[in-house]
Design a protein around this ligand. Structure first.
Ligand SMILES: [Fe+2]
Length: 245
């Protein structure tokens, strides 16, 4: 192990989650199937059933190299800044989909809840950043997401299918990487990342279930397999650095 890693104690001491215990999340105040209230016991927003159910499909064909964890631990503050940006963008993307497909009620309901949950994650990561004396980072391009979005076919009859399935693949990769971090980080941070991993797993499944509402199941499975196969070389080509991707 790199000696600098031993010195770099990853800590979130000072993050005060008790402030949100048992009260409504002020980022998630809408009423409806998922009313955004916090589950007092689990400290999680209470989202619609569609956002709670189901394991993720196993779409990933390649595993993240172990050296990625070393890269993250070499500059965990930089990783947190990137992670915060990813959560913020995930929330914005969900709202973009809700806005584009406003005639599809199930999709809109799921995306509004998802946007809230991703923003809830953003707030948690931001709290970590602040507790460590940091601040948000500047916006940078996410090459991984860009390359995956480049796989989306533009034909109107398949565009939404690809958008949903690319989103699922991104969530599945996030799940895999958060699981790695949950196993590698110190005990004060590991539970947070285990929680993030569980959420990403649900989100990966959600996008596939949504795709199966609007497209034939066989077409969804076939395209998901294709995108999973194309994701592997994109992930493997990424430089190892303290970023989610
Ligand atoms: Fe997510």
């Amino acid at each position: 192990m790199c000696p600098s890693l031993m010195a770099h104690r990853i800590s979130m001491a000072g993050v005060d989650e008790s402030r949100t215990r048992g009260r409504k999340c002020d980022l998630c105040v809408m009423r409806g199937p998922g009313d955004g209230t916090l589950d007092a016991a689990a400290q999680k927003p209470n989202f619609a059933p569609m956002l709670r159910e189901g394991p993720p499909p196993s779409t990933l064909l390649a595993s993240t190299p172990a050296a990625w964890i070393d890269a993250v631990r070499s500059d965990f503050d930089a990783f947190l800044r990137d992670h915060a940006a990813c959560e913020r963008k995930a929330s914005a993307t969900a709202m973009t989909l809700a806005s584009h497909y406003r005639d599809k009620e199930k999709l809109v309901t799921a995306m509004v809840d998802l946007a809230c949950e991703e923003l809830h994650h953003f707030r948690k990561v931001y709290a970590c950043i602040v507790a460590r004396g940091g601040r948000l980072g500047e916006d940078t391009k996410d090459r991984y997401v860009r390359d995956l979005l480049g796989l989306v076919r533009r034909a109107p009859e398949v565009y939404l299918l690809d958008r949903l399935l690319v989103a699922s693949v991104i969530e599945a990769r996030g799940c895999e990487r958060f699981q790695l971090l949950a196993a590698a980080l110190e005990p004060d941070l590991a539970p947070l990342y285990a929680d993030f991993a569980e959420s990403e797993a649900r989100h990966a499944g959600l996008f596939v279930r949504l795709a199966k509402i609007y497209y034939a199941e066989a077409d969804v499975e076939t395209r998901l397999g294709e995108l999973g196969a194309m994701e592997a070389p994109i992930m493997c080509a990424l430089p190892l650095r303290p970023r989610l991707h």
